[in-house]
Design a protein around this ligand. Structure first.
Ligand code: NAP
Length: 269
């Protein structure tokens, strides 16, 4: 059966999903999207050749609607959609920290809702999208959601109670690596390297390490031991990381991110 999919609020994340679905072979006739501004609508129409419609038209016509507006714009969008959205439509939310109960309360009774927390590497097809079912979402709805998010990276299912932890690790995760690259580039400058060369060295080390982590199947400790020779350079650096409490700092940092995600989900500014 043909399934029509609409992206509502086609900004950075919405556009990444739309282009991913097109690359994965969805027919453009089965895709539609919405935008708030006319120039944005024109840009999407000419870039992807898909129909750009109003939110209400999308709610009436699509079997699956992906809500990709900012969390603070969600209540207004749901108020607009609710009177027009049949209760058998799958609603997928990509909004950070908004619980499925929020959608279930505002949409017709029984509407299946799936919550997804993507991260920015979806923009380069290396994202991680963490998926949780709302109370009316079935296995079929989860499979449908995975089909939509797989073209832009990996997907992982977790119970909704673990979404705040997943947000701390995966949603914010890329930022920690950028922070490390920034700090290590500064170190390169201290050691006398020009900034661009220091940057290239660290970025390539990060890419190489990431690919080895993903493709070797080895535990990170094994991979690190392989570059840590007796009385060598790496162990001198590791001793400094340990004595400055970097491991403990990372644990505390991710705990703080998890706590903040909980606060935001409960509506605290
Ligand atoms: N970017 C991330 O790292 C990331 C990661 C995980 C989850 N998310 C979630 O993904 C969602 C989208 O984030 P984003 O970074 O893609 O934001 P974005 O680029 O601002 O995209 C949101 C788009 O929605 C449009 N919009 C707002 N209200 C609308 C309405 N009523 N009707 C139609 N279009 C509307 C906005 O229009 P204007 O252009 O006029 O503002 C904008 O183009 C957010 O809920 C965010 O929490 C983002």
């Amino acid at each position: 059966m043909t399934q029509k999919v609409a992206v509502l609020g086609t900004g950075k994340i919405g556009e990444a999903l739309l282009s991913g679905m097109i690359r994965a072979g969805w027919s453009k006739n089965d895709l539609m999207c919405t935008a708030r501004r006319r120039e944005r609508a024109e840009a999407l129409r000419s870039r992807y050749g898909v129909e750009v419609v109003s939110n209400i038209e999308a709610a009436k016509a699509a079997d699956t609607v992906i809500l990709a507006v900012k969390p603070q714009d969600m209540a207004l969008l749901l108020d607009e959609l609710a009177p027009h959205l049949p209760a058998d439509r799958l609603v997928i939310s990509a909004a950070a920290g908004v619980p499925t109960a929020f959608f279930e309360e505002k949409l017709p009774a029984g509407t299946p809702v799936v919550r997804v927390m993507p991260n920015t590497p979806v923009l380069v097809d290396e994202g991680m999208s963490v998926i949780s079912a709302g109370s009316h979402a079935s296995e079929t709805h989860l499979l449908r959601t995975e089909e939509i998010f797989k073209p832009v990276g990996k997907t992982l299912r977790v119970p909704e109670s673990q979404q705040d932890a997943a947000t701390a690790l995966s949603g914010s995760g890329p930022a920690y690596f950028y922070y490390l690259v920034e700090a290590m580039t500064d170190a390169g400058i201290l050691l006398g390297l020009p900034r661009d060369k220091a940057h290239d060295l660290i970025v390539q080390a990060a890419i190489g390490a990431a690919v080895m982590l993903r493709d070797s199947g080895e535990h990170p400790v094994k991979l690190r031991e392989a570059v840590t020779s007796p009385a060598g350079t790496t162990i001198s650096a590791i001793r400094e990381l340990e004595s400055h409490g970097v491991r403990a700092a990372l644990i505390a940092a991710l705990e703080a991110a998890r706590d903040r995600s909980r606060e935001l989900a409960s509506g605290q500014a």
